[in-house]
Each structure stands twice: as structure tokens, then as C-alpha cells.
Design a protein around this ligand. Structure first.
Ligand SMILES: Cc1ncc(COP(=O)(O)O)c(C=O)c1O
Length: 428
């Protein structure tokens, strides 16, 4: 049974006081808190096992190697993948850049198009801007409607050209054709919580753009709902380990074996080679080919523990809990909205959204609002949330964002609402 009060006991940081108040942590979208089991696994590693992997025949090195292999197996099973298709990176940004450098540069050329959406985090936008600028390919962007949902059909197409980058903004139906070589789309918006119909869009684009490769940025999906790469229909999936209770410094790229094995490495050096001669080198098999140098061994082991923790909770229950929280938060916030106190951004139907709630307090700069909430022990983020085109598209310079996870409660939402009411009073 999903018991939030029991779950909270697993997270030592939740006992902290902030400015004399209980911590109300509403920024898991940036990085989640870590349960005791993850912290302990890392601590155990440094105390009892610490040695580099793959490089020793001695006991400790063999143990380290085994622990990393086991963690890879857990991550693979968690998303329905094969072990050798899991590449450990430092974060989702590195996973996305790996695809850009190792796949993009060899497969996207002038005359092609890369399709993204306006919901993208900068990490799934800027690499493609750079690739398109370098290659002369066109960048196509699916626009969003007033609720922050992707425009699937009917939108007027707009074109822009700046510093050698050609951009088209419009609806999905108009931007999909045989020129699209890459569709890189988020599975869940980190700002508005929007959950695009990724599976449906992938089906459509695979029928209309036969040469397309699909990359899903699942950074806000994998920590919050069941993701199975086999049913998703993508070719690459990128996500962060640190947003799913794993340690910072961990990220994952999943890619189909047949695609990964044709890609050249992104980083060169130790551990990723087959044979090295002074005249040249060959590359290791998957996944080592894409994991040059010493990885974050303790972090990867911690990530394996995080997967165990999420498996124990059950991803369907995790999603259900977050749906209940966001439903409750939207109901309570709507009251403030009717009173003219706040503006809420993003879809209102909980089926169409994840647990990110973006809003502004009327007449108060989001940074001021976040600062005042912090005085009450509430950690929310303010700014553009690494999605400047999306946020400014709503006609505001920035937004406040609360993001929920397994350890958040309805009582915390009540407290948030109560303290949002205090915000304008500071300026009265
Ligand atoms: C949707 C999305 N993509 C990518 C990233 C980048 O993740 P990382 O910080 O692990 O590189 C984030 C982080 O907030 C995100 O929310």
C-alpha cells in the first residue's frame, strides 16, 4: 500500500527545518530527494568496496564491476531494455548531447529537418539548434496552444531565419514529412506538466517520415510513471538518474542496439576502446563504447538502489499519487485564481499532465514570490525553468513552479496555498 507518511520516513532531509519551518520540498522536477537506501548504498561502496571497475583482477575491483553491472541490469529491466543498450552518463543533458554528436552529425545534413516541440527543456532544444546551424538542416518546432498542449493540427506556419538557422513553427501535421530525420520530443513538460501523446505522434511520424529516428526526452517521465521502451516506439530515450531518487551525476541514454552499434563514440579514451595501436584504435562493444573513463561508480550503484526503491513503491501507484496531488493542487489554486490572486499555466485535466504546477502571483515577480515562500520553508523554483521560449511565449518573463513527488502530501499543498495568500501582503 502507498503510505506517504511511511515513505517520508525514508527521506532524511525531510526532517530539516528551513528558517524555523518544516521543509516543504516542491522542487523534485529539478532534482529529487534521496531515500536512506540510496545514501547508504553509496556510503557502503566508499567504506567497503571502493575500487575502479574493469581494471583489476583483485577482489574489490571485481566487486565494483559486479555492482555497476547489477545497477545496469536494474535500470534496463525498469524500462524494458537490454543491458547493453543502457549507457550511463552524467545527466540527461549529456545523454541528449551524446545523440547529437554521435548520431546527429553523421545522419542529419542540409535538406533534412529536425522536429522538436516548444515544450522542450533547453537540453533538448539547444543541441538541435546547433546541429541544424552547422549542417544547414531546418529546425521545425511544434507550437503549443493557450493551455500548453501541443498543436497537433491546423496551426498557421511561421518561418524565422537568424544567424544561418532556419526555423519553422507550426502544428505537428504540417511539420511532418519525409525530410524529418529526427523527432526529438519531451515526454512530459518540466514547466507545465503537459503530457504530449508521444506514442501517438511516434506512430504518425514513423508512417509519414520513413527515415525518421525518434528521441524521447523522458527526464520528467521515467521518475513518475511506467515507461517501457518497447511500447513507446522511440529509438532513443534520455533521462536523469538524479530526478528519480538517484544521486546527482547520474543520467541514462537508452538506444536501440542496432542504432547504437553503428554510432561512433562521443568521448574517446580509457575503457571505450577495443585495440589501440599508435596508428589508430578500434572501439569496444556496447555499452562501454560510450562510457569513456571512470564513471560515477558510487552514483551508478546508488541509482540501482533508487530503481529498487521505485519498483517497491510501484510506478502505477507513484503516478496515481501524483495525479491525486496535482488534482488537489489545481482545485485549491483555482480558488486563488478566481479571487484574482494567481494565474495558473498548463493543462487543467489531470489525465493530460504530470506533477508540475506553474503559476504566478498577480503583481509579484516570481523570484520575490519564491523568496517569500522560502521564508516559510517552502522550496519552489522561479525563473524560466530552462525552457525560455515556452515560458516567455505566455507573455511573462518567468514563472513560479511547484513540482510534486512521492513524498509530498495534501497537507503540504494546503500549506503552500495558505502561504501564497501571504505573498501579496508583503508588498501591501
Ligand atoms: C524535461 C527535461 N529535460 C532535460 C533536463 C536536463 O536534465 P539534467 O539536469 O539531468 O541534464 C531536465 C531537467 O530539469 C528536464 O526537466
Amino acid at each position: 500500500m502507498f503510505d506517504v507518511e511511511e515513505i517520508r520516513k525514508d527521506f532524511p532531509i525531510l526532517k530539516r527545518k528551513i528558517h524555523g519551518h518544516d521543509l516543504v520540498f516542491l522542487d523534485s522536477g529539478a532534482t529529487s530527494q534521496k531515500p536512506e537506501s540510496v545514501i547508504k548504498a553509496m556510503d557502503d561502496f566508499y567504506r567497503n568496496t571502493n575500487a575502479n571497475i574493469h581494471r583489476g583482477v583483485y577482489e574489490l575491483s571485481v566487486e565494483s564491476t559486479r555492482l555497476v553491472d547489477e545497477a545496469r541490469g536494474k535500470v534496463a529491466e525498469f524500462i524494458g531494455a537490454r543491458n547493453e543498450e543502457i549507457i550511463f552518463t552524467r545527466n540527461a543533458s549529456e545523454s541528449l548531447n551524446l545523440v547529437m554528436y554521435s548520431w546527429g552529425k553523421d545522419n542529419v545534413k542540409v535538406g533534412d529537418a529536425v522536429l522538436v516541440s516548444k515544450l522542450e527543456h533547453h537540453s533538448n532544444l539547444v543541441p538541435w539548434q546547433e546541429l541544424c546551424r552547422e549542417t544547414g538542416a531546418e529546425l521545425r518546432i511544434i507550437d503549443v496552444d493557450a493551455e500548453g498542449k501541443l498543436k497537433i493540427s491546423g496551426a498557421e506556419e511561421q518561418s524565422f531565419e537568424e544567424s544561418g538557422l532556419n526555423v519553422k513553427l507550426g502544428s505537428f501535421d504540417k511539420l511532418v514529412d519525409e525530410k524529418v530525420k529526427l523527432f526529438a520530443v519531451t515526454g512530459a513538460s518540466n514547466v507545465l506538466g503537459t503530457l504530449p501523446d508521444v506514442t501517438g505522434m511516434i506512430k504518425t511520424i514513423k508512417s509519414k517520415s520513413p527515415e525518421v529516428t525518434v528521441l524521447v526526452d523522458a527526464s520528467q517521465m521515467v521518475p513518475h510513471m511506467k515507461v517501457d521502451v518497447k511500447t513507446l516506439g522511440a529509438d532513443f530515450v534520455a533521462f536523469s538518474g538524479h530526478k528519480m531518487m538517484g544521486p546527482t551525476g547520474t543520467g541514462v541514454l537508452w538506444g536501440k542496439k542496432e542504432i547504437l552499434s553503428k554510432m561512433r563514440p562521443f568521448l574517446f579514451g580509457g575503457d571505450m576502446i577495443g585495440e589501440v595501436k599508435i596508428t589508430g584504435s578500434t572501439w569496444a562493444d556496447l555499452p562501454s563504447r560510450f562510457e569513456a573513463g571512470t564513471p560515477d561508480i558510487a552514483g551508478i550503484i546508488g541509482l540501482g538502489e533508487a530503481v529498487d526503491y521505485l519498483e517497491k513503491l510501484g510506478m502505477d501507484d507513484v503516478r496515481q499519487h501524483e495525479k491525486e496531488l496535482i488534482k488537489y493542487a489545481l482545485e485549491k489554486m483555482s480558488v486563488l485564481e478566481k479571487e484574482g490572486l494567481v494565474v495558473i499555466y498548463g493543462p487543467r485535466d489531470v489525465e493530460d499532465r504530470g506533477g508540475a504546477l506553474a503559476f504566478n502571483v498577480v503583481g509579484v515577480h516570481p523570484h520575490d514570490a519564491a523568496q517569500i515562500l522560502d521564508n516559510f520553508g517552502i522550496a519552489v523554483r522561479s525563473g524560466q525553468h530552462c525552457a525560455a521560449p515556452l515560458v516567455t511565449g505566455f507573455g511573462v518573463p518567468a514563472m513560479v513552479r511547484a513540482t510534486f513527488y512521492v513524498y509530498n502530501t495534501k497537507a503540504e499543498i494546503d500549506y503552500l496555498i495558505e502561504k501564497i495568500r501571504e505573498v501579496p501582503k508583503v508588498f501591501a
